[in-house]
Design a protein around this ligand. Sequence first.
Ligand code: ZN
Length: 115
Amino acid sequence: MRSSDLFPIFAAVWLALGIGLWLFSRRGSYHRKKQWHLVLVAGAGVLFVCFAYALSQRAEVLYVAVPAVILISFLNYKLTRFCPRCGFTVPRTGLFSRATYCPRCGGKLDEDTHL
Ligand SMILES: [Zn+2]
């Protein structure tokens, strides 16, 4: 299969994943978000690397894509927090900073660091 044939598939899968994650972020409970966060972040990273390799069909792409995806996924996992009071997904506030209070309800976020 040519890489030009794969791009519409990549775009459709990535769009569906984005919509699914957005819905999960909006409607998922606090416990469900905590439970699935690592799986979703890692799964999206692996999927992106697979598509990057399939679209380029060059192994050299992996030298850049794999470290970049690992770094971005790690920061996403470490810096995204969930409000135990209202379940809101609190995105990172800066490249290396984390929110302390929920911007929706004002509740204090838990100190769980995942590791
Ligand atoms: Zn909240």
